[in-house]
Design a protein around this ligand. Structure first.
Ligand code: 3PG
Ligand code: MG
Length: 352
């Protein structure tokens, strides 16, 4: 069941506390990627249109621990970006919730502080819905709570992968760490018609296969003499890497095979790059997957920071059905877990 929507709330003349996920990457004190800010705007605009008297937006930013971190992770650049986009004095962006040590402990005192002076609460922070913190769970117990538009879109789109999917259903998984994705693959892998695995993860799966289904591993790799952008390279069979060489991308035969399977799919979920795509010499596999997913006519979902960055860099983001703003949250949802931030909103319990 989906949590009740902000769309059903009477907000006219009210002060609304909104929890967004404005945890964006920063570079030199500036917002390096504003995807999450843009994705948070529809809910804020809806509240303004419906006549909210005041909107207090809160979010965490980074994982500040020390006093110096308070300068690095101050909300100012994010606040400027939100205000530049919205241009309405009724919207106020509060300071980084994690500057208060109570936040990550779901401290009721900090929740009361946030709720103070507000009439209702809207949680739009899908990317943080897997955290039981004061700003995601505690406040929902103090104020009438609603789900924001982004949170609901994420639940609907990712939720489609958990329900009856159009077939063939193809999962593409990669990246460095198998631990991060194992839960999702254990939950969805059996149901998929094909699970394609690339990246460092493919080597882990070849060594110790943790799955009950048969994953499709690369047939060839781009091997490098060292972990460096300008390393000497050669294409070798996946299971015959020369001693001391590293596989840093999937090879051309694998690219074609993965692209062919993705093209024939009616549902695709992709999480994790096929190689070290930050370096041009090892980007071809990830770019091939990004283009194949974009070219697929079915329902396509991309989740997780690196693959999301790859679809943007490949210039194909507008041809993907749904790009999740959640990393850990999207994985936990697809693992079949209930997200605390969702459960805290009325109508948000049970299965989503
Ligand atoms: C994210 O970027 O994954 C979310 O904003 C959550 O951040 P966290 O992992 O620091 O809780
Ligand atoms: Mg995270």
């Amino acid at each position: 069941m989906l949590p009740r929507s902000v769309d059903t709330a009477d907000v006219e003349g009210k002060v609304v506390l909104v929890r967004s996920d404005l945890n964006v990457p920063l570079e030199d004190g500036r917002v390096a990627d504003d995807t999450r800010i843009q994705a948070s705007l529809p809910t804020l605009r809806l509240l303004l249109e419906r006549g909210a008297r005041g909107i207090r937006v809160c979010s965490h930013l980074g994982r500040p621990k020390t006093d110096e971190d308070r300068a690095t992770y101050a909300m100012a650049p994010v606040r400027d970006a939100v205000q530049a986009a919205i241009g309405d004095e009724r919207v106020e962006v509060l300071e980084n919730t994690r500057f208060n040590p109570g936040e990550t402990k779901n401290d009721p005192g900090f929740a009361r502080e946030l709720a103070q002076g507000c009439d209702l609460y809207v949680n739009d922070a899908f990317g943080s819905a897997h955290r039981a913190h004061s700003s995601t769970v505690g406040v929902a117990e103090l104020l009438p709570a609603y789900a924001g538009l982004l949170l609901l879109d994420e639940l609907r789109n990712l939720g489609r992968l958990l329900g009856d999917v159009a077939r063939p259903f193809v999962i593409v998984s990669g990246g460095a760490k198998v631990e991060d994705k194992i839960g999702v693959l254990q939950n969805l892998g059996e149901k998929a018609d094909a699970v394609l695995i690339g990246g460092k993860m493919a080597e882990d799966v070849r060594t110790v296969n943790p799955f009950t289904f048969e994953a499709i591993l690369p047939v060839d790799v781009v091997a490098a003499t060292e972990f460096a952008a300008d390393a000497e390279t050669q294409v070798t069979p996946f299971d015959a890497l020369p001693d001391g060489w590293l596989g840093l991308d999937v090879g051309p035969e694998t690219r074609d095979e993965f692209a062919r399977r993705i093209a024939g799919a009616r549902t695709v979920f992709w999480n994790g790059p096929m190689g070290v795509f930050e370096w041009p010499a090892f980007a071809a596999g990830t770019v091939a997957v990004a283009e194949a997913v974009a070219g697929c006519d079915g329902f396509t979902v991309v989740g997780g920071g690196d693959s999301v960055r790859a679809v943007h860099e490949a210039g194909v983001a507008d041809r993907i059905s749904w790009i999740s703003t959640g990393g850990g949250a999207s994985l936990e949802l697809l693992e079949g877990k209930e997200l605390p931030g969702v459960r805290a909103i009325p109508g948000g319990g049970d299965s989503q």
